[in-house]
Design a protein around this ligand. Structure first.
Ligand SMILES: [Zn+2]
Length: 162
């Protein structure tokens, strides 16, 4: 298995090689090689260097793209340094991470989904519901409008679809 064969299975974008083959459940490029399943980025690093990557090291993509297996982008490093690189790149403020944070925040909110449902369906003025539930009036209004606590996974909720 030569570098060129791996490159042939990638989309080249600048220095990056975006792998088109299989990935593990975390989206990391994987392939069968020598009877076992290996990480493609590590394999490319080893082919490019002509020697194995030391067992204690991981092979990270400097460009930050999970699917990139380019030898120009990869570097053998420690898990700790890899995390530092990711933090520097702002991997922890990506939209996916932000959505996860929002869900976590919601899970920790004292206003339960049952209360939200109750606020949404309760008859009468928002001010009375706010007094009864101890939820602020503006938040009650936002919930009833559908601009707050929209059910996750139903994109049409709050747009008038009921
Ligand atoms: Zn890259």
């Amino acid at each position: 298995m030569a570098l060129e064969d791996i490159k042939a299975r990638c989309d080249e974008v600048g220095e990056c090689w975006f792998w088109n083959g299989g990935c593990d459940s975390h989206g990391r490029p994987q392939k069968r090689h020598g009877g076992k399943t290996v990480y493609v980025r590590r394999l490319v690093r080893e082919l490019a260097d002509g020697q194995p990557v030391p067992p204690g090291l991981v092979v990270a993509a400097k460009c930050g793209h999970k699917r990139c297996v380019s030898p120009d982008c990869s570097v053998a490093t420690t898990t700790r340094r890899k995390a530092q690189m990711a933090a520097k790149r702002g991997a922890y403020s990506s939209p996916a991470k932000a959505a996860k944070m929002a869900r976590m925040k919601r899970a920790q909110s004292w206003i339960t989904d049952e209360m939200v449902e109750q606020i949404r369906l309760a008859p009468g003025p928002s001010s009375r519901i706010a007094a009864e539930t101890k939820v602020s009036l503006s938040h009650v209004k936002a919930i009833r409008r559908g601009s707050a606590r929209r059910p996750i996974g139903t994109p049409f909720a709050g747009l008038g679809a009921r």
